[in-house]
Design a protein around this ligand. Structure first.
Ligand SMILES: *[C@@H]1O[C@H](CO)[C@@H](O)[C@H](O)[C@H]1NC(C)=O
Ligand SMILES: *[C@@H]1O[C@H](CO)[C@@H](O)[C@H](O)[C@H]1NC(C)=O
Ligand SMILES: *[C@@H]1O[C@H](CO)[C@@H](O)[C@H](O)[C@H]1NC(C)=O
Ligand SMILES: *[C@@H]1O[C@H](CO)[C@@H](O)[C@H](O)[C@H]1NC(C)=O
Ligand SMILES: *[C@@H]1O[C@H](CO)[C@@H](O)[C@H](O)[C@H]1NC(C)=O
Length: 552
């Protein structure tokens, strides 16, 4: 049997600035015949605060031995990690375990093992294997820790591997759920302390990638920036704990936006990082259409319709004052119907949208009938504006608010009272309320339609509330959305549209006033020369003659 041995001694003077260049240097292992493809990593001269990083590329069905040597004497353990792009791989302590499910091997795409290095005489080795039909693009990283650092996952009670520095992630019901196991520390005598009296603190962090960016380079750079505790604190956003479990975090899923989840364990002045885990909240490789928000023609058509209505409202909405009421009730009806459809049963998106549209039409009809000037009606008409403002507040509420908002019994009263706080004062000034409603909703229609086309996140202003109503666990989810260039541009556009509409409105009013003044000045001539009925007659006459021309 042909035996080829690849041996790589890597000079490891890694600094953070070099991280990207290191990531560009991919080593390809292209020998499929032999089992003995190996990589030897020397940690000599390795700086404790930096992670070792190496891009590797494995041909289909290949193995890789990874041996770590020259570990500095002050290092007590290392966390060796493999981050694969899209495909899964298996990492194991023993070569024989690669093909089995066992408590000493791990399958997934953000995997890694704890390796004790202090006072160890046997070679420090792990084994990697993958069964994909494609080349496996991966990042191999090693983070080293000294005696005082907490051992990530050292107090594991639930995961398969005894010391579990990895995290588990699953997506369900528009939520991303990330689980981590508690860390342990060594007592003065070198033995692990009891996990019941664990002084270790845990903190979780999240980092968003640019939306709809499914390239390996972006992925690996994001992972590489969330490996050490310093980097995690610097690059990630800290996520407050949920009510139920300190080791679990629940997030609202933003489809098509990659996100890295990291955790750190802190004991006094010392800290260590868990293996970061990653998701796009969809599978760009197996089911690319799941990463698209608008994935059928029907939804695209509805979106186009909304865009057209929005533009019409922005441009000529002020000429038809009664429309604004209809538009906001149309939107509320649509949201109500859609929420109801989702809440009742598992229909397809098309049916949900259809039910939403029908409900929107019903709401418009109803409010067209009820359009009177009773106080209650005016109040009801202002509710949509209050609703929109409250939804925005919920989505972009500061992080500390999460401690309050995750309680349903606090959330709903706050939601309703904020809505009323906006709606009630507006009832006192119906004219202004009318203008504001028209201006805000008209431009929101434009913005939301563009948002769906380009895949940014302003649609979650409403979607998050729908999720909160329809998904039972969702109150525990951290909802703060990605806030990227597209979102900023859209928000600016929204404001510009609002201002433009106010200007148009102001101009129209001014013009009307001017013409009133003018006609007041000239009234002797105009009114006397052409009495009202005559005027109408002329009008009709001209129209008729025009029509005649058209027919000819
Ligand atoms: C890439 O890595 C190999 C060893 O894996 C090393 O010999 C080579 O100098 C590196 N190239 C660059 C540009 O860093
Ligand atoms: C890979 O591991 C196997 C089993 O431990 C061993 O026989 C083989 O020599 C190793 N190959 C290399 C290159 O380290
Ligand atoms: C990787 O494994 C997970 C969990 O078993 C599975 O859901 C996913 O489809 C796998 N990915 C690929 C590309 O096979
Ligand atoms: C190192 O290992 C040897 C044998 O396993 C043991 O006798 C010794 O106490 C260990 N030293 C330390 C500092 O743990
Ligand atoms: C933590 O570090 C500070 C300053 O570096 C030091 O004063 C303090 O004693 C340290 N605490 C522990 C528990 O080591």
């Amino acid at each position: 049997m042909k035996q080829v041995v690849f041996t790589f001694l890597l000079a490891l003077t890694l600094f953070l600035d070099e991280a990207t260049t290191i990531l560009d240097n991919t080593t390809t292992y292209s020998d499929s015949v032999s089992d003995n493809v190996g990589i030897i990593i020397s940690l000599w001269n390795h700086n404790k605060n930096n992670a070792f990083k190496q891009r590797i590329n494995l041909i289909p069905f290949s193995h890789l031995n990874i041996t770590v040597t020259d570990i500095p004497p002050d290092i007590w353990f290392i966390i060796l990690q493999i981050h694969t792009f899209q495909y899964n791989a298996t990492i194991a302590y023993d070569k024989d375990l690669l093909d089995k499910v066992s408590s000493r091997s791990l399958f997934g795409s953000n995997i890694g093992l704890y390796l004790k290095t202090y006072n160890v005489t046997t070679p420090i080795q792990v084994f990697l294997k993958h069964y994909n039909l494609h080349n496996l693009d991966a990042l191999l990283t090693i983070v080293a820790y000294d005696r005082n650092a907490p051992i990530p996952g050292g107090c594991n009670m639930e995961f398969d591997i005894e010391i579990a520095p990895y995290q588990k992630l699953h997506t369900e019901n528009e939520m991303i759920i990330v689980d981590t196991q508690p860390a342990s520390i060594l007592a003065g005598n070198g033995l692990p302390t009891l996990c019941e009296t664990n002084p270790v603190q845990h903190k979780m962090y999240r980092l968003y990638l640019p939306r709809q960016d499914f390239t390996p380079d972006t992925y690996f750079e994001a992972i590489a920036s969330m490996l050490t505790t310093q980097d995690i604190v610097q690059n990630g956003d800290e996520i407050p704990p949920t009510l139920t479990s300190p080791m679990r975090r629940i997030y609202s899923a933003y489809t098509g936006t990659g996100s890295v989840y990291a955790a750190i364990a802190i004991n006094g002045n010392y800290s260590s990082a868990y293996i970061p885990i990653f998701t796009y909240a969809c599978s760009p490789l197996l089911y690319p259409e799941t990463c698209q928000v608008l994935n059928d023609t029907f939804a695209e058509m509805i979106c186009a319709l909304v865009l057209i209505i929005g533009f019409l409202l922005v441009i000529i909405g002020h000429k038809y004052a009664y429309i604004d009421r209809l538009i906001s009730s149309c939107m509320m009806g649509g949201i109500f119907g859609y929420t109801l459809a989702i809440g009742i049963s598992d229909y397809s998106t098309t049916i949900n949208i259809l039910i939403g549209s029908i409900s929107a039409i019903l709401a418009v009809t109803l409010s067209a009938f009820l359009r009177s000037t009773c106080d209650l009606c005016i109040f009801l008409c202002n509710l949509p504006l209050g609703f929109l403002c409250t939804c925005i507040t919920y989505l972009y509420a500061p992080v500390w608010m999460f401690y309050i908002l995750e309680h349903d019994w606090l959330f709903w009263p706050m939601f309703v009272s904020l809505m009323l706080t906006v709606a009630i004062p507006l009832t006192k000034m119906p004219y202004i309320a009318e203008i504001i409603t028209r201006v805000v909703f008209g431009s929101y229609f434009v913005i939301i339609a563009i948002d769906y086309y380009i895949g940014s996140n302003l649609k979650y202003i409403i979607l998050t509330l729908i999720r909160r109503v329809t998904i039972s666990e969702f109150h525990l989810a951290f909802v703060y959305p990605p806030y990227q260039h597209a979102d900023v541009i859209l928000i600016i556009t929204w404001f510009v549209l609002i201002i433009v509409q106010f200007l148009i409105q102001g101009c129209t009013k001014l013009c009307r006033k001017m013409s009133v003044v003018e006609s007041a000045g000239n009234n002797t001539e105009t009114t006397v020369l052409i009495p009202k009925q005559r005027k109408r007659f002329y009008h009709r006459y001209y129209r008729k003659s025009n029509n005649r021309y058209n027919v000819l």
